[in-house]
Design a protein around this ligand. Structure first.
Ligand SMILES: [Zn+2]
Length: 264
């Protein structure tokens, strides 16, 4: 028996040496095609919006507009012309994302989106721009008042100039500018029906506040005759996350984009 054991030990040692030296290889496992996992491709990425730098703030920050779709009908949706009223910015970002992924909504229309109209004010957390001028009082209108808050002359600020150029170039049929905290849908120009439509899709009431001197609404609504909505979100909207904002106000924005069609 000892002899047999000794021979077996020698054979094992020999196999071990051959394996270490690479002369002995165990049989490779046969490849079974059925076991190969199926190739799962990620869903195709929705094409991005086109980005345009329409100007720069006093501190040199780019003022960026994104556009989606093409067609006769143009709508401008913008936020944060008052830097401390910035809940509209994530809401516009959500709208961009929704339109990118639902391109059928863009049939026959161009949507122009300006998430941050006052980037310096937003960074500083101030209503005005960095020179303490209220950009929403800086437009050229019959009711304009020149002073140190409204600007000593119309369009004294690069941000309001960029916005005026944007409006002249794109000639929107409708404008929605998102503010806080008055909790209503205000309108200027021929926008009563649009305001009423938007109110059907959120819990904000229509309220005519009246055109403020040199405001965007005075300029685009009263002077140019463009249907202009001032969407005043509540102060608490600043605490809402993107999804909560979209759930509360997204349908109202889609109603403005698709007007006079209903979004649902
Ligand atoms: Zn405001």
């Amino acid at each position: 028996m000892d002899r047999v054991r000794s021979q077996l030990a020698q054979i094992s040692l020999l196999i071990g040496l051959l394996a270490v030296s690479g002369c002995y290889e165990p049989e490779p496992k046969p490849l079974i095609i059925g076991e190969v996992p199926p190739l799962i491709l990620p869903p195709p990425e929705a094409p991005p919006a086109k980005h345009h730098v329409i100007g720069r703030s006093v501190k040199g920050r780019p003022i960026i507009v994104q556009t989606l779709g093409e067609g006769e009908d143009t709508v401008l949706i913008m936020a944060t012309i008052h830097g401390s009223e910035s809940a509209g910015t994530p809401l516009v970002d959500q709208l961009i994302d929704h339109l990118r992924h639902n391109r059928d909504l863009l049939q026959g229309r161009r949507v122009v989106l300006l998430p941050i109209a006052n980037p310096d004010g937003m960074a500083a957390g101030t209503r005005e721009n960095i020179r303490r001028i209220d950009l929403n009082r800086n437009f050229e209108t019959p009711n304009r008042v020149n002073d140190e808050t409204n600007g000593l002359r119309p369009l004294s600020e690069p941000e309001s100039k960029a916005l005026q150029s944007l409006i002249k170039e794109y000639k929107p049929d409708r404008i929605v500018s998102i503010h806080q905290p008055l909790t209503c849908i205000d309108y200027d120009g021929p926008a009563r029906a649009l305001a009423t439509r938007m109110a059907q899709y959120c819990n904000l009431p229509v309220k005519k506040i009246g055109a403020r001197p040199g405001s965007l609404g005075s300029y685009t609504g009263e002077t140019l005759g463009i249907a202009t909505i001032t969407l005043e979100l509540p102060a608490e909207a600043s605490k809402d996350g993107e999804q909560a904002l979209w759930d509360k106000y997204g349908k109202a924005l889609l109603a403005a984009v698709l007007y006079p069609e209903h979004p649902f």
